[in-house]
Design a protein around this ligand. Structure first.
Ligand code: CMC
Length: 392
């Protein structure tokens, strides 16, 4: 084992070669398949970006229409899924519900368990995932509220359908505000992939054992849930609200974050790879301003966020450690403005990250990557004799 180097958190270990996402943490650059995130957020839409991530190229009009039609046609889920949903108490966190429902697809489509699935069958699984995840996400929310679920409306686009399932009653006519639809679409694009992060590595490693794509994506959702990863967007708003309730003194919390005897961290700050501004945070900060202005919302939490950001950026502790706001710092403010409840924020992240997980799973499979199996350096007891229970 002298040959084994341990690298806790894989801070300096590459697990794969990948042609999907390019990230330069020093310069703050993020590109999907060579296209800058700024260009995609401004000019593309979420389904087009999903196609790009999964297939490697932007679609032609025909390819786009075909892809989006297929997704629209698979939004409905098996009626028995409602029974699974009914089994969850209303206090269930929607992330746990979402990962369970995604994993239940292994039961409804058992041929996904066959590692020798044809490319066509795999394409279908990918379409199903993209189509059904918004239905599951909205249903997780409805379950929590104790409301009847809404069926998908295939006359609407991806975001419109999701918002309708979330926010209308089954009998109601629902019209999505284009400002909301555009803002949501942009957020999904910004979250769509981020190379070998914790959840994506989880998807690839579970997939490397030839588990079903549904099981692999379900595992990714669980990895995303934690507050150091996607769960940070929920923690950021909870932190900002706590600061507000405590009199709005952001400096006090900055000091807490710097205190090594205090477990408190400034949520939404810092990143394993970005040692410069997270380019997604820049776009989201501007989008938050735009959305609040267009919807005529004045959110005091946004002011606290800005105050905290500027205080941290000029503080030596944060400067020395190159800690900048990350994607999660401002996204929650937009979700709030759109009426999305706090414990659904990480679900929104999962909806956005889904095409990235799919693309990474597909790449892992096409590369014929070996099973993921890190090594260790054993530091426990050396050999010893068994002692009978009455002699211990
Ligand atoms: N507040 C205060 N100090 C921090 C923070 C923070 N948010 N982040 C890092 N540090 C300090 C840390 O204490 C350490 O200090 P020292 O060198 O004195 O021991 C130094 O900065 C390096 O931090 P690290 O924990 O070794 O860095 P990491 O790469 O292991 O962790 C991170 C990255 C994102 C988990 C961490 O920055 C963090 O916990 N941030 C808050 C949670 C968060 O916003 N997560 C979302 C990440 S972006 C989106 C996503 O992945 O989903």
């Amino acid at each position: 084992s002298g040959l084994i180097t341990i690298d806790p958190g894989f801070k300096n270990t590459g697990s794969t070669k990948s042609a999907i996402t390019f990230l330069d943490g020093e310069k703050g650059i993020l590109r999907y398949r060579g296209y800058n995130i700024e260009d995609l957020a401004e000019n593309s839409n979420f389904l087009e970006v999903s196609y790009l991530l999964i297939n490697g190229e932007l679609p032609t009009t025909d390819q786009y229409n075909d892809f989006s039609d297929r997704i629209t046609k698979h939004t409905l889920v098996h009626e028995d899924i409602k029974k699974i949903l009914d089994g969850f108490p209303s206090v269930a966190h929607p992330m746990g519900v979402l990962s369970s429902l995604i994993c239940s697809l292994t039961a409804f489509y058992p041929n996904s368990l066959d590692p020798n699935n044809t490319d066509e069958e795999i394409q279908l699984s990918m379409v199903r995932l993209l189509a059904k995840m918004p239905t599951f996400a909205a249903w997780a929310y409805k379950n929590k509220m104790g409301h009847p679920v809404n069926y998908p409306d295939n006359s609407l686009d991806y975001c419109g359908n999701f918002m309708k399932m979330m926010f209308s009653l089954p009998s109601e006519k629902y019209e999505i505000d284009p400002v909301i639809s555009k803002a949501l679409d942009k957020l999904l694009i910004l979250h769509a992939d981020h190379e070998q992060n914790c959840s994506t590595s989880t998807v690839r490693i579970v997939g490397s054992s030839q588990a079903s794509i549904y099981a692999s994506i379900s595992a990714g959702i669980n990895a995303l849930w934690g507050p150091l990863h996607g769960g940070a967007n929920q923690s950021v708003i909870e932190m900002l609200e706590a600061i507000k309730a405590d009199g709005g003194d952001s400096k006090k919390y900055l000091e807490k974050a710097k205190d090594k005897n205090d477990p408190f961290r400034l949520m939404g700050f810092g990143h394993r790879v970005y040692k410069n501004f997270d380019p997604r945070a820049k776009i989201i900060k501007k989008a938050a301003d735009d959305v609040l202005e267009k919807l005529g919302i004045n959110d005091p939490v946004l002011d606290i966020a800005k105050e905290l950001e500027s205080a941290a950026l000029s503080d030596q502790y944060f400067v020395d450690r190159k800690l900048y706001p990350n994607v999660d710092f401002y996204s929650g403010i937009i979700y709030r403005a759109l009426g999305i409840p706090t414990d659904m924020f990480t679900v929104m992240f999962a909806l956005g990250r889904l095409p990235g997980w799919i693309a990474q799973w597909k790449e892992m499979r096409e590369n014929n990557e070996p099973i993921g199996r890190p090594r260790q350096v054993y530091v426990g007891e050396t050999e010893r004799d068994f002692v009978a229970i009455d002699k211990r």
